[in-house]
Design a protein around this ligand. Structure first.
Ligand SMILES: [Zn+2]
Length: 145
């Protein structure tokens, strides 16, 4: 009986971990995919000058490091969420707090992603910026379609 109980606890812990990772994937990958799509647009369709290309690459390098850091934080928050689910087996105070933490990191990631996009937009001329804006709106409403 004891081993069966252990097995069940192990299974719950495993499911909690999988759920944490899965939720994290969805939260982190969505803005990343949109941002990647915009980068593709910048490089392929906007016909950047050599100077613009250089400035945008600097902005991207800076953001890539910051995004990696935030994604690590996101993974850590997901592990805490999995642990909280494992500890409480329900919607208790630890789970609530872990979810709030996850949202805080996600919010930071979204804010910094947008700041990053606007920094890149600042490099564009008026015509390029208009195309960029159109794509941003499209990327942001992609889920709603
Ligand atoms: Zn790029």
């Amino acid at each position: 009986m004891a081993s069966r109980r252990l097995l069940i606890i192990g299974l719950i812990a495993f499911l909690a971990a999988v759920a944490g990772v899965f939720v994290g994937r969805i939260l982190v990958d969505a803005p990343r995919a949109n941002e990647t799509e915009l980068h593709a647009l910048l490089h392929r369709e906007l016909k950047l000058s050599a100077d613009q290309e250089k400035r945008i690459h600097l902005i991207e390098a800076r953001f890539a490091a910051r995004r990696d850091a935030l994604e690590l934080e996101m993974r850590a928050a997901n592990i805490r969420l999995a642990q909280a689910i494992d500890a409480e087996h329900g919607y208790g105070p630890q789970v609530t707090q872990a979810i709030d933490e996850t949202h805080e990191v996600m919010g930071d990631l979204q804010k910094e992603t947008l700041q990053h996009l606007f920094a890149m937009r600042g490099v564009l001329d008026r015509e390029q910026a208009a195309m960029f804006d159109k794509r941003v709106v499209k990327a942001l409403t992609a889920d709603a379609r």
